[in-house]
Design a protein. Structure first.
Length: 401
């Protein structure tokens, strides 16, 4: 039996978690768990990966990692996530049954031994399914909370999968969504709007994502940060960048991230003769991403596909960087046009080039939207605010359970 801890115990299921210190894997699940650990005894179950520890404590969060195949064969999770891996490598589908079985039995073991008050699943598939199954055959039948991040809602909708998502969310005690756009998508499945609660992820707006010293930005530098996958619009950004006249300016575009589209994007850079003006950094940990946001004169997010929230936009805003993004539903939670950022039509290089020119040439505009953007990020997306919202949801579930 685990050591006694006066805090209510929470079991968190996720398929994405940093594998080691400095890993570039998104850390928002771990960051939320660290914030919740102020009040709860938090245990996280995540997939194992080569080089990762099976069990460790990360700043007060107990991390358990399950193996689903021999170490060298475990390639389903991480490096872009399960849906992206399945799209790029169809043979990875062969790993799915082993993953699901291993995750289920690892969850069941932890539920029986830890006796959590709540099971919190991040993403509908597969964690939501596993949470419901484990809760249903466990002592006390702990209530289940599922956070829908967006990729799980908008992807993997073929055949019966959409029906399965609706079934899973309909049986959750509470469904948390990260944006109003995600809420609308969940309710449309359909899921009762009564159980759907807005609870976005947060950003470390003090220790990681904070502004630079006054006057240290390179105003002729733009930055993009994110996975290099279809729907992020990096090709649109490159075509917009090619439209901007250097006019003696040392224009520089920094693309932070990696993914299956990188080779095609590098080829496009050559085709557009932008080699002297574009730099690919590869995937970087959050602190290094923040350094690029602090150095740049503008951060650009030219999304052409659906986003759950686009937390990276809030991270750029928290660094005091002016932002430009596509006019997609998720951005309405992040940007008030002409106030906290600029909005352009998705897939329109000419409009994006004009917006870039405005920010780079109008220092007053850049400063105004940068300051308003940071204020908004601090008010809506810092971890204290996000943690309080999840603590509230968990308290209600524990009291009801």
């Amino acid at each position: 039996m685990p050591e006694q801890d006066p805090r209510p115990r929470i079991l968190v299921l996720t398929s994405t978690l940093p594998r080691w210190h400095g890993d570039a894997t998104p850390a928002f699940v771990l960051d939320l768990c660290r914030e919740l650990a102020r009040e709860f005894d938090v245990h996280v179950l995540a997939p194992h990966a080569a080089g990762a520890r099976r069990r460790e404590d990360l700043n007060g969060v107990s991390v358990h990692r399950f193996r689903y195949l021999p170490e060298a064969w475990q390639t389903l999770a991480y490096d872009g996530g399960i849906p992206e891996r399945l799209r790029r490598q169809p043979l990875a589908l062969l790993q799915v049954p082993f993953f699901l079985i291993a995750q289920f039995f690892a969850t069941l073991w932890l539920v029986w031994t830890l006796r959590p008050k709540v099971i919190h699943a991040h993403w509908i598939l597969p964690q939501g399914v596993v949470a419901l199954l484990a809760s249903g055959i466990s002592p006390g039948r702990p209530p289940t909370l599922c956070t829908v991040h967006g990729t799980d809602l908008y992807g993997l909708n073929a055949g019966p999968l959409r029906w399965l998502k609706q079934l899973v969310l309909d049986r959750m005690a509470t469904v948390a969504v990260v944006s109003e756009a995600t809420r609308a998508g969940v309710v449309a499945l359909p899921v009762s709007p009564v159980k759907v609660q807005l609870a976005p992820m947060g950003a470390d707006t003090h220790a990681v994502f904070y502004p630079p010293p006054e006057g240290s930005r390179r105003h002729d530098t733009a930055v993009f940060a994110g996975r290099l996958v279809a729907g992020k619009g990096v090709d649109i950004l490159l075509r917009a960048w090619a439209r901007i006249s250097t006019a003696g300016r040392p224009l520089r575009l920094v693309i932070v991230g990696d993914g299956p589209e990188r080779a095609a994007l590098e080829s496009l850079v050559h085709k557009l003769d932008l080699r002297a003006r574009v730099e690919f950094t590869g995937a970087l940990p959050p602190a290094a991403v923040a350094d690029h946001f602090r150095a740049a004169g503008v951060a650009v997010f030219p999304f052409t596909g659906a986003e759950g929230l686009g937390l990276v936009v809030a991270e750029a805003q928290a660094c005091g960087c002016p932002v430009i993004a596509s006019d997609i539903p998720a951005m309405r939670d992040l940007i008030v046009p002409e106030v906290t950022g600029l909005i352009t039509p998705p897939g329109d290089p000419a409009a994006l080039a004009r917006a870039l020119e405005r920010v780079m040439q109008d220092a007053g505009l850049a400063q105004r939207i940068a300051r308003a953007g940071r204020t908004a990020a601090l008010q809506k997306f810092n971890w204290t605010v996000a943690g309080n919202r999840y603590r509230e949801l968990l308290r209600v579930l524990i009291q009801a359970g």
